[in-house]
Design a protein around this ligand. Sequence first.
Ligand SMILES: NC(=O)c1ccc[n+]([C@@H]2O[C@H](COP(=O)([O-])OP(=O)(O)OC[C@H]3O[C@@H](n4cnc5c(N)ncnc54)[C@H](OP(=O)(O)O)[C@@H]3O)[C@@H](O)[C@H]2O)c1
Length: 281
Amino acid sequence: MDKIFVTGATGNIGKYLVKYLRELKVPFTAGSSSITKQEYPTSRIDYEDEESLRLAFKEHNILFLLTPDSENSMNWVHNAIEAAKEAGIKHIVRSSGIGADAESDYFVFKELGEIENIVKNSGLNYTIIQPNSFFQNFATFQNQTVKNGAVFLPHDNAKVSYVDVRDVALAIATVLKEADKHKSKTYVITGGTAISDQELLDEIGKVLNKRISYISVSDQDTIDTFRKYHMPEHNIKQLISLYQADRTGLTGLVSPDFTKLTGKESRTSHVFAKDYRSYWK
Ligand SMILES: NC(=O)c1ccc[n+]([C@@H]2O[C@H](COP(=O)([O-])OP(=O)(O)OC[C@H]3O[C@@H](n4cnc5c(N)ncnc54)[C@H](OP(=O)(O)O)[C@@H]3O)[C@@H](O)[C@H]2O)c1
């Protein structure tokens, strides 16, 4: 039976992926740089340390490869692929992002596309997962602004097919369960409908019984705010280019891939808001 190594296992996608793999009874080891002992096998890895990757990947044949947003992602993916080859991994399932395209004019899509090309040219079997932005960003990254009742984004009236991160993880678990069937495929994982930020905030407002407003701001104001909070310049560049792409409608597309993979309808903004209510309390 296949044995999977899950990177990023403590992150937004990873923590649900581990849950679904356990439910599906798929054998795996969960890895990250700070992971602690769990009821399932775990292994500490550091993308900077190829030896830690080689040792951890041994005796696994599938690698779920997720790297955090960082200016080092490209190097980390390179290190992971070299280690994977030496450890005998046969198939990489790469967690990427919607719009990934090495030829894109948008920085974030170009970078994700270049990383996908490293995976595609590795000589190993691969599957690419391209999720849209998560609803959950409004429970984590935008937590305080939601609590304050006003979310400031340079989105104009953009509609985005936001997706629930639990659906992203379920789609990935479904692929990992039978990776051979998904060789050389790319799946775009979106929510079932494109919505504006105000529509999403209205759903959150309903469960909190208060008005939460979306306030359209300029790119420059957003950059200034991110700098005030010491966000790395690389991540600012990623996010601003994503917001620019959002405004063109590129991330408003609704993909059938989640339903095709899982046979389920994707979670709605209403379900997300209800399930994450405690985050804004
Ligand atoms: N947020 C969105 O809306 C969205 C949408 C689409 C795509 N994406 C993409 O999804 C990816 C991020 O996924 P996520 O949100 O699930 O990640 P995340 O929550 O940021 O988690 C990152 C994971 O990487 C691990 N990690 C960090 N540094 C490491 C290192 N040096 N060596 C080994 N592991 C390390 C972290 O655990 P430790 O700290 O324990 O190491 C954690 O498990 C990015 O590529 C992003 O572009 C995000």
